[in-house]
Design a protein. Structure first.
Length: 458
């Protein structure tokens, strides 16, 4: 880990102050406090938020499931020597209420009015394409909430009798067997097992952000944290849908709480998923995987940035999901302060690409963040601070203080969001151009010069 030198110079001597006081007739201020401080690259803490929905069992081109591929990449990241000292925590989503069934035929099955949600499909459509609007129905038809099948011919799925074109057919409620074949609820029409509903109980999945705000494995430093993180991963079995909004909100809340207690740490969220939001958001119609829920997730990521928490986004998708998935994840990453998502196709080397993505985040997340702490907790007022970069050849570059990254117009820095130097510890962030051009040279150090406020003397 790269460290920086810090120089504290208090430009005021008792003799000078006495002379000024005698000249102006103003009372003498208290002498400047004897404060020492240190500056170093901010320690990095990562809150992993990992999608463990049922689709994670999909097999990639390598023959591994998405779930196994993520596990292998995570193992490599946790055990890499370069990760030593990084703090890590992990949370999975969805969280499921085992007392509520996943499938339903009526609200009564879920034990709550309005909880049984039937999927929205393009009808008529022999493929039963999921949809959120008619524009999703490339093969024609309209986006409708599925009711069942046209019986007795079972010629088509339907929402109303109007979807049944065979003479004598009517749209009747149907269920699904464990092998995904259709059946009629109440009748023994499955080769094995019971005939389950084709609706989904919305309350089967926890939708409150608080359910995801406590990590499954709390944050701890590597390499010691590697074993419990992987044990937590191995204990998790993929299942359920994708409640992205409460999961992201909860993970960011956990990161915010940790950052508030550790003001010199750079704290980020790494959000890994293989699907768009499917539930737990009023913007999502039914239980369809649609981009409609992305805006609210992006809003949650943006709120995290305002509180000093960046969100990195990693997506693993099949090639036929290329049209909708990358733009949606990029929207979340952009709002989360990290530019664009890492999007990986299942036809690629998923483990290798995931490892590269995690390595990039580790190298990038805290590189430009400088932690400053006083040795005795005395306040550090940035209004009285002068920062500069000192190159190995002895040359220096004075840094201007800006309000935010957006205000950076020259070599400079800005206070990290929600960082309170008056507590005696906090962070500043080098402007992106400064970090790339001026700070990139090996051996470059940061000098901080603090001057006493003598404005009261004049």
């Amino acid at each position: 880990m790269k460290f920086f030198a810090l120089t504290l110079l208090f430009v005021s001597s008792l003799g000078t102050v006495a002379a000024c006081g005698a000249r102006t007739g103003l009372p003498l201020p208290e002498p400047c406090p004897n404060v020492s401080a240190t500056a170093a690259q901010a320690p990095l803490d990562v809150f992993f938020l990992v999608d463990s929905s049922g689709s994670m069992t999909f097999v990639t081109a390598s023959g591994k499931t998405k779930w196994a591929s993520i596990r292998a990449a995570l193992d490599g990241f946790l055990h890499a020597p370069a990760s030593d000292g990084v703090g890590v925590a992990i949370t999975f989503f969805p969280r499921i209420d085992a007392t509520i069934p996943a499938a339903c035929t009526t609200d009564g099955d879920c034990g709550k009015p309005g909880a049984c949600h039937y999927p929205w499909l393009c009808l008529p459509d022999p493929n039963g394409t999921p949809c959120s609007g008619d524009s999703d129905c490339a093969m024609g038809g309209h986006c409708k909430q599925l009711k069942g099948a046209c019986l007795p011919s079972v010629s088509a799925l339907c929402a109303t009798n109007a979807d049944c074109t065979m003479s004598g057919d009517q749209c009747q409620t149907v269920g699904a067997c464990s092998d995904n074949s259709l059946c009629i609820p109440g009748m023994a029409s499955c080769a094995s097992g019971a005939c389950g509903g084709i609706g989904a109980c919305a309350n089967h999945t926890f939708c409150d952000a608080g359910s995801y705000a406590t990590p499954v494995q709390p944050i701890a430093s590597l390499p010691g944290a590697a074993a419990p993180i992987l044990a937590a991963f191995d204990a998790r079995m993929p299942d359920g849908a994708t409640p992205t909004l409460p999961a992201v909100t909860g993970a960011i809340d956990a990161a915010k709480a940790w950052a508030a207690a550790h003001p010199t740490h750079e704290v980020v969220v790494i959000f890994a998923t293989d699907g768009l939001p499917t539930l737990c958001d009023p913007a999502i119609p039914g239980d369809a995987s649609t981009p409609e829920g992305v805006a609210h997730v992006a809003g949650a990521a943006g709120a995290g940035v305002a509180a000093g928490i960046d969100t990195y986004v990693i997506g693993v998708f099949a090639p036929n999901e290329e049209a909708t998935s990358p733009p949606s994840l990029n929207e979340i990453a952009m709002a989360g302060g990290t530019g664009s998502a890492f999007v990986i196709q299942t036809s690629e080397d998923v483990t290798g690409k995931l490892t590269d993505a995690l390595t990039t985040v580790r190298e990038r997340a805290a590189r430009c963040t400088i932690a400053i702490s006083s040795s005795n907790g005395a306040p550090i007022d940035l209004a009285q601070a002068h920062l500069s970069l000192k190159h190995p050849d002895g040359s220096t570059v004075a840094l201007q203080r800006f309000a935010s990254q957006a205000d950076c117009t020259s070599a400079g820095y800005f206070p990290a969001p929600s960082s309170d130097m008056m507590s005696g510890a906090g962070k500043v962030v080098l402007c992106s151009d400064t970090c790339t051009a001026e700070y990139a040279a090996p051996g470059t150090m940061v000098d901080v010069v603090l001057t006493c406020d003598t404005s009261a003397l004049f």
